[in-house]
Design a protein around this ligand. Structure first.
Ligand code: SF4
Length: 456
């Protein structure tokens, strides 16, 4: 069996499953956020009763992260609905925006967008929070009411996005009926050359198979190239499985995975035991392809979809209005460090927005010192508008006052993961997806730029 089949077989109590089988699986973790949480709670209460209790309060994680730093009152209210539910159900894993369990969340636009407006438990983007807070474990099943839940596949998990109805059902039962997907194998060999990042790998692969090339399939990553990658790199790749239509992305478990997970579950006191799924000698794939990482170049997914792949150096004629670094995919500490490496001591030519994925990323950028300056200062000194309010922000547009939102037609190069029309705001805008290196180099030149111009 493939890795995905093995996780699904175990979770359904079967010795073997085949692609196409429909199986009931026991859910290890369910995650929801401020956009889909209120709807999920509504389904749960309607179907299981106003006083029903969730199936297991230790397996539910609620992370407000999407429409947080906005004066939109309905968005603020969504966070209050989550707080009321967390209180009612006595949930241990609700990462609230404010500290007062009786309070109401209200964003104060008068303080501006840059200075922090959250309490001690707030974390930021859900998919980056889950591993940080010790909620991702090898061999387990994670469902989330968000399409990029597939990011946790980096940890040898079956992780996928679901709708509010399915999530409401899980809240009441802890189970879900799921069809076993066919698996595709992406076997990575060689090492990434200078200036090329994990983001380029996934943009290249989606360009190969198309934005619907993995529809309802598992994208399994294997090979020596995988083991040379950090966990952040694997997260970037797994995150974008859905941009090829994939049901999930999944990586083998190695020492890096185990060390990362053990450290986080110990730090947070979350469940510490787990049982990875190992690679079988006999696996059957619907697609099986090798990729030599050393041949890859800085890659850009052009408007209007993530499969519209070109090499950065072919696009130098495209002038830009904005650059953006942030999101679950591109707002990790390692992403900002790569960006800072390029812009250090230089000045960006276009409006450039930086939104750390989590509050931990904010702290790490302020704690990391290069040549007497923190990375946070290096970024600010280069002209990046950097906010302490970690969140999804303009990755998905959001209310009109969202930090970095594209409110007029413009061309933006972005370290995020999705570029369908209107994704970051204005429907006439064009979004070009790229690595943090490429976004940084392009911000410096004001047009799409191969970052190797700045990296030796
Ligand atoms: S950062 Fe963007 S892709 Fe990630 S969860 Fe938020 S909106 Fe979705």
């Amino acid at each position: 069996m493939t890795l995905t089949e093995k996780v699904l077989a175990r979770a359904s109590g079967k010795s073997h499953v085949n692609p196409g089988d429909n199986v009931w699986v026991n859910v290890d973790t369910l995650m929801t956020h401020d956009v889909c949480g209120p709807g999920t709670i509504g389904v749960f209460k309607r179907e299981f009763g106003q006083t029903a209790k969730v199936w297991d309060r230790n397996r539910l994680v609620i992370i407000p992260d999407h429409y947080i730093f906005t004066a939109d009152s309905m968005s603020n209210r969504n966070v209050d609905i989550l707080r009321e539910f967390a209180k009612e159900q006595q949930l241990p894993y609700f990462y609230d925006v404010i500290d007062d369990p009786e309070g109401h969340w209200k964003f104060d636009a008068g303080q501006g967008q840059l200075k922090k407006q959250y309490g001690s438990r707030y974390t930021g983007v859900c998919h980056t929070t889950l591993p940080w807070k010790g909620h991702t474990r090898p061999g387990e099943i994670l469902f989330g009411t968000d399409s990029h839940t597939c990011m946790a596949g980096a940890f040898n998990q079956f992780a996928t996005g679901i709708g509010n109805t399915d999530a409401g059902f899980i809240l009441g039962t802890g189970k879900l009926l799921i069809k076993v997907p066919e698996s595709m194998r992406f076997f990575l060999e060689g090492k990434l050359p200078a200036g090329v990042m994990a983001k380029d790998v996934i943009l290249h692969v989606i360009g190969e198979i198309g934005f619907d090339g993995a529809t309802y399939r598992a994208m399994q990553w294997e090979g020596p190239g995988v083991h040379s990658m950090s966990m952040d790199d694997r997260m970037t790749i797994a995150n974008m499985a859905i941009e090829a239509g994939g049901k999930n992305g999944i990586f083998p478990c190695d020492d890096k995975t185990i060390d990362y997970v053990r450290e986080r579950v110990a730090e947070n006191g979350t469940k510490s035991d787990f049982d990875p799924v190992e690679l079988d000698a006999a696996q059957s794939f619907i697609y099986d392809q090798r990729f030599d990482l050393s041949k890859l170049e800085p890659t850009v997914s052009c408007h209007p979809d993530p499969g519209n792949r070109k090499r950065a150096k072919e696009l130098e004629h495209i002038t830009l209005d904005r650059a953006y670094i942030g999101s679950c995919t591109g707002g990790k500490t390692s992403d900002f460090l790569a960006f800072a490496e390029v812009v250090k001591g230089k000045t960006v030519k276009i409006d450039t927005f930086g939104v750390p994925a989590t509050t931990k990323v904010v702290q790490e950028l302020k704690d990391t010192v290069w040549d007497g300056q923190t990375v946070w200062q290096i970024l600010e000194n280069s002209g990046v508008r950097l906010t302490e309010n970690a969140s999804c922000a303009a990755c998905l547009g959001g209310p009109v006052d969202t930090f970095g939102r594209l409110n007029t037609p413009m061309k933006c190069i972005s370290a995020t993961n999705r570029n369908f029309p209107g994704r970051m705001g204005n429907k006439e805008s064009q979004v070009f997806l790229a690595s943090p290196y490429t976004v940084a180099a392009s911000a410096l030149n004001g047009h799409i730029t191969d970052p190797r111009e700045f990296i030796s």
